[in-house]
Design a protein around this ligand. Structure first.
Ligand code: MRU
Length: 355
């Protein structure tokens, strides 16, 4: 199993995804500031993985707080939450995880007035978020597996695999792994995903590691490949899903969805419930991160664009709900009209919770 993030006695251990596939190097992050920096710099990336990392970073920071009273710990913790919330704006799992940690703090504070007790609960909650993420992806993998047929070729964009989550299955790749575990033969076409190359570097790496057949294409080949009849379904992950099903995901996803519609190929989104943001009516309200132009003009240290040219680097786009055939979650599969189906899933108990 790929270990994306791990809680250890020394700190938070993370696979440095910037170095893949050339190097498999783990970093030990020993403070909440280091975890926040790792999220910002994309040592770890992918919506669920960002959420789990933030929770672990907060638990780590709280455990190191030297204040002697609960009030001191609360001041420190509030500040850490602020720092963590300023790392990346689009993936709602970040804010979901911070809010869950805040709620844990408040709940424990009302029961026990010792800082040490609150710290222990925050560590337990971060570990619980990690465990739940793995279980959620297994569950959505089982639901999604039913949408794929034996022999299908699935096109995916970016990396929504083990690396983008707490580890193990992933979301979009969780659906593929779920289908394979159900005995189906599935091949994958991975979009390269300019400019950060998550498809080329990360999706190809983790699928190859699992011996799942994968073929890499550059993003501008997707239309040609679909037209030639080689793609049976598209499955992507999500960074934030609005109440009407509009979905923010890696830049280029929208383009793939339009192409899929043109070629009558079902376009599926796979995400855990923690990626739903039902406070937003539509995708128009989703904040889109703008990243360093250098990611576009350079490949590593090598400059490709002429000096001084204008550059845009939006990291995400929004796919309108009408292009989405279904949203696969850990609580079941939602279909249009999404306002009702997503609210219904949100109100359902988690699989395995006994509710
Ligand atoms: O910028 P990134 O690499 O964090 O973007 C990741 C994506 O867009 C993923 O597709 C998304 O987070 C889903 S991950 C299960």
């Amino acid at each position: 199993m790929i270990k994306t993030i791990e809680w250890t006695d020394e700190g938070v251990r993370m696979l440095d995804q910037r170095l893949l596939p050339a190097e498999e190097k783990y970093l030990m992050l020993r403070s909440y500031e280091e975890v926040a920096e790792a999220i910002k710099k994309m040592v770890v990336r992918g919506a669920p993985a960002i959420g789990v990392s933030a929770a672990m970073g907060l638990a780590l920071g709280a455990s190191q707080s030297v204040g002697t009273s609960v009030a001191d710990l609360e001041d420190d913790f509030d500040y850490m939450c602020k720092v963590m919330s300023e790392t990346r704006p689009t993936a709602v799992n970040l804010f979901w995880a911070i809010e869950r940690m805040r709620q844990t703090f408040r709940r424990e504070q009302s029961k026990d007035t010792r800082p040490e007790a609150i710290k222990a609960c925050l560590i337990a909650e971060a570990q619980q978020i990690f465990t739940e993420d793995i279980a959620a992806n297994r569950a959505l993998g089982r639901f999604g597996a039913e949408l794929l047929a034996d022999g299908d070729t699935v096109l995916t964009h970016c990396n929504a695999g083990a690396l983008a989550t707490a580890g193990d299955y992933g979301t979009a790749l969780g659906v593929i792994r779920g289908a394979i575990d159900a005995g189906k033969r599935i091949a994958v076409i991975a979009d390269e995903t300019r400019p950060f190359l998550q498809g080329l570097r990360l999706t190809a790496w983790e699928l190859a590691k699992d011996n799942i057949p994968v073929t890499v294409i550059t993003d501008n080949m997707a239309g040609h490949v679909m037209k030639s009849g080689k793609v049976n379904a598209v499955v992507v992950g999500a960074d934030r899903i609005a109440g009407n099903g509009d979905t923010a995901n890696k830049i280029g996803t929208y383009m793939v969805a339009v192409l899929a519609r043109e070629h009558k190929i079902p376009f599926y989104v796979a995400a855990p419930i923690s990626t739903l943001d039902l406070t937003l009516k539509t995708g128009a309200a989703i904040p889109i991160e703008e990243r360093d132009p250098r990611e576009v003009t350079h490949i590593k240290e090598h400059q490709l664009a002429p000096d001084g040219v204008g550059v845009q680097n939006p990291a995400f786009d929004v796919t309108p709900n009408e292009l989405i055939a279904a949203i696969i979650t850990d609580r079941g599969v939602a279909r249009a009209p999404y306002v009702e189906s997503l609210q219904g899933l949100m109100a359902t108990s988690a699989v395995g919770s006994g509710g």
